[in-house]
Design a protein around this ligand. Structure first.
Ligand SMILES: Cc1cc2nc3c(=O)[nH]c(=O)nc-3n(C[C@H](O)[C@H](O)[C@H](O)COP(=O)(O)OP(=O)(O)OC[C@H]3O[C@@H](n4cnc5c(N)ncnc54)[C@H](O)[C@@H]3O)c2cc1C
Ligand code: FES
Length: 441
């Protein structure tokens, strides 16, 4: 990576200055546009503890030591950064005040970046914001501890540039409708914010998108919409469980969300009209199964019996209530709704989905079962089905693990020999069962 020299008057040279190695050339140029050349003399402080954290620095030459005052130990050096490193980067958006000192140890040239301008640019250009957030969150760092299946590593020697594949770059989508499902879940409709240069490929039921909330991060969310829609809209049901899902869940109408995808293997629907389809969902697990139900109802003649078993903690936790009521009224679909505990006024089933499943008339030779929900629920349901002599090969489960890249490159989603973003999340139970049996895998 070429060193940054503040005396360069040539804009192009300035733009090729030091920038985070995980940003591609285009994003490095954008970052460089926001920078001002600065020089620190040896011993000069770049910033002091408790000063406002409003800038970061792309170091060209020289070095900077980070120090903190530790009670009983005096000033302690935390880290020394050199040319090519980024000072204050991991701090972006995280804190308002520096909590340590940064002091140049030699004459240090740097490009100073205004964080407010950076955030503004990230807001208006989701692909740039996405790339910056990935670096800040360290999303490109592999962490797998199990022998790794073949995967393209994004970890490159320092100073090299990792170019994110074009199909992994997010497209800006705008939130155009937001419907509250339960106390912690919403269903959102997204439309492209601008005509996309290349429309996203159509999803198949069970596939997921990585939804990126500006400045917070991105998470895997299944598509819960109707697969027959061809108008380019996306529908997602999001449960608020942590920082990113909360940002997505709370996003008001008009918010731009970055969307790369679709990723993974979807449900493998049986061919031949002599098959029964048994669909079992627990909680938000109904979201990735909703497209299957819609597809099966749209091509009803392709299946023999169609059964949907839905479990939730309480009536208030049931998703898509209006739609479920309409499905219950149909004669070509059997719907079993169950809640965990009895409650006044509830006329549906009570108990776990496994109990409802035991009531289903299963023809083992002709049944394909699709399960999505908490892992113990899927294991118990799969066992109930195999007790009915359904082959584990005819049972499909949706296995979720922490997804970071979504393209089989980082190893975060590894389960045994599988990379679930690539080989899953839908896996047949014959493959999944031995892996799910291993604790902590
Ligand atoms: C393929 C796939 C499809 C998904 N589809 C949906 C969907 O349609 N709707 C939806 O609401 N969520 C879905 N999820 C789960 C969603 O990705 C997580 O809830 C999200 O990553 C949590 O991130 P966070 O930053 O909000 O919370 P974090 O702070 O990362 O986590 C908060 C809590 O949630 C738990 N958690 C994190 N990730 C998961 C996960 N993958 N499964 C279960 N618990 C998790 C953590 O252990 C922690 O207790 C899906 C996950 C995968 C892998
Ligand atoms: S390998 Fe990166 S999320 Fe699967």
């Amino acid at each position: 990576m070429p060193a940054y020299r503040p005396e360069d008057s040539n804009g192009e040279r300035r733009r090729s200055a030091a920038a985070p190695c995980h940003l591609d050339h285009r994003h490095r140029l954008r970052l460089a546009e926001l920078s001002t050349p600065v020089r620190f003399a040896a011993g000069e402080f770049v910033f002091r503890e408790n000063e406002p954290a409003t800038r970061c620095w792309l170091l060209g030459t020289g070095s900077v030591v980070l120090t903190a005052l530790v009670p009983g130990r005096g000033t302690v050096a935390l880290e020394t950064l050199h040319g090519g490193d980024v000072l204050g980067w991991s701090w972006l958006g995280a804190r308002q005040l520096w909590q340590f000192d940064a002091q140049a140890t030699t004459t240090t040239d740097a490009a100073e970046v205004d964080v407010a301008a950076l955030e503004q640019m990230a807001l208006s250009q989701p692909d740039f914001g996405y790339a910056v957030t990935r670096v800040v969150r360290g999303a490109d760092r592999p962490t797998a501890v199990y022998p790794r299946p073949p995967a393209r590593s994004l970890r490159e020697p320092r100073g090299t540039v990792t170019v994110v594949p074009a199909d992994r770059m997010p497209t800006g989508y705008r939130v155009v409708s937001r419907s509250v499902e339960t106390r912690d879940s919403v269903t959102m409709t997204l439309v492209p914010a601008a005509p996309p240069p290349m429309p996203l490929p159509r999803f198949t039921p069970g596939q997921f998108m990585m939804l990126y909330a500006h400045g917070v991060g991105e998470v895997a969310i299944s598509v819960s919409g109707d697969p027959s829609r061809t108008d380019g809209t996306l529908v997602h049901t999001i449960r608020n469980v942590g920082a990113v899902s909360r940002a997505l869940h709370d996003a008001p109408l008009g918010t731009i969300i970055g969307v790369p995808g679709p990723f993974g293997q979807g449900w493998n629907l049986p061919a031949g009209s002599d098959r029964d389809l048994v669909i079992v969902a627990g909680g938000v697990g109904l979201a990735p199964l909703r497209p299957v139900v819609l597809a099966a109802l749209a091509a009803r003649e392709k299946f023999r019996r169609l059964t949907l078993v839905v479990g939730a903690r309480s009536p208030a936790d049931i998703l898509y209530r209006t739609e479920l009521a309409a499905w219950q009224a149909r004669t070509d679909l059997t719907v079993e709704l169950t809640i965990d505990q009895p409650i006044a006024g509830w006329t549906g089933g009570v108990g776990f989905v496994t109990e409802s499943l035991h009531r289903v008339d299963v023809d083992p030779e002709h049944t394909t079962a699709l399960l999505c929900g908490p892992e113990p629920m899927m294991r118990f349901c799969a066992r109930a089905l195999t007790d009915h002599r359904v082959s584990p090969r005819d049972i499909q489960v949706s296995v979720e693990r922490n997804m970071q890249c979504g393209i089989g490159a980082c190893g975060h989603c590894q389960l045994g020999e599988l990379l679930l973003c690539r080989d899953g999340p839908i896996v047949d139970y014959a493959t999944a069962e031995p892996l799910l049996r291993v604790p902590e895998l």
